[in-house]
Design a protein. Structure first.
Ligand code: FES
Length: 96
């Protein structure tokens, strides 16, 4: 299972190392704005030519429903993420 997952991630990469931001898209987080956060990040990535560097991944419930929208980036879990905060999380991820 672990090897298959690594193979899948590797096949999605081209010549640069792509980084991932995970956004909960389950019911509570969606109600609290996760779809807006996801759309804003995707638009930011597209308008800044970052498609090879960053990928937004929708997830199922992370079990922190009262604190959504929940975002995971670089091993960190962020709660109640606004669009502005999500862009900062993405910029920070790409600086690493
Ligand atoms: S709905 Fe997002 S953590 Fe549960």
């Amino acid at each position: 299972m672990g090897l298959k997952r690594l193979t899948l991630v590797n096949s999605m990469q081209s010549d640069t190392l792509q980084k991932f931001i995970f956004i909960c898209s389950a019911k509570s987080c969606s109600k609290n704005g996760s779809e807006e956060v996801k759309s804003a990040l995707k638009a930011y990535i597209k308008s800044n030519g970052l498609k090879k560097e960053a990928l937004i991944v929708k997830t199922k419930c992370m079990d922190f429903c009262k604190s959504g929208p929940n975002v995971v980036s670089n091993g960190q879990l962020y709660h109640k993420v606004s669009v502005k905060e999500a862009k900062e999380i993405l910029r920070e991820l790409l600086r690493d």
